[in-house]
Design a protein around this ligand. Sequence first.
Ligand code: ZN
Ligand code: ZN
Length: 174
Amino acid sequence: MAPSTPDDLASKLRRNGLHVTAQRLAVLRAVTAGPHRTTEAIERSVRTEIGAISRQAVYDALAVLTERGVIRRIQPAGSPARYEDRVGDNHHHLICRTCGRVDDVDCAVDAVPCLTAADDRGYEIDEAEVIYWGRCPECAAAGRAPTTTTSTSTTTSTSKPPAASSKENRRVDQ
Ligand SMILES: [Zn+2]
Ligand SMILES: [Zn+2]
């Protein structure tokens, strides 16, 4: 894929009915530069490019770009939100429980929604969000154990309630 020029990105914004601002351009460029980046990583990248920008401005730009379908937001369990510019193809994600690596994988059946609900209960289903959890090849090869326990929550709810009260029981009987 050829790298996007500023003109490409600007016209992408315009095509989606958005005014072109330096901040939106920088945010879009940061998302385009690396798929599945977190808000924090995008913010760092934008700061490097255009200098001072408030966190709120980055959030606002991400929100409006997502809303207009210019970028896609994914939020896997236990992970911060991530953004990518590969939109509209219903691709899925492979996520490593050990190192958190995220990879794209094409839609299993190439059409939305990928999975047919056993019973749609009358809903008009337009999407099935699919995430394949596991270990990436590197982590598997290195024998690194998964650290995230999203589905296997070992409930150790025997934790004591917080220490009653630190107030002294003041006895006034002398
Ligand atoms: Zn891994
Ligand atoms: Zn993706």
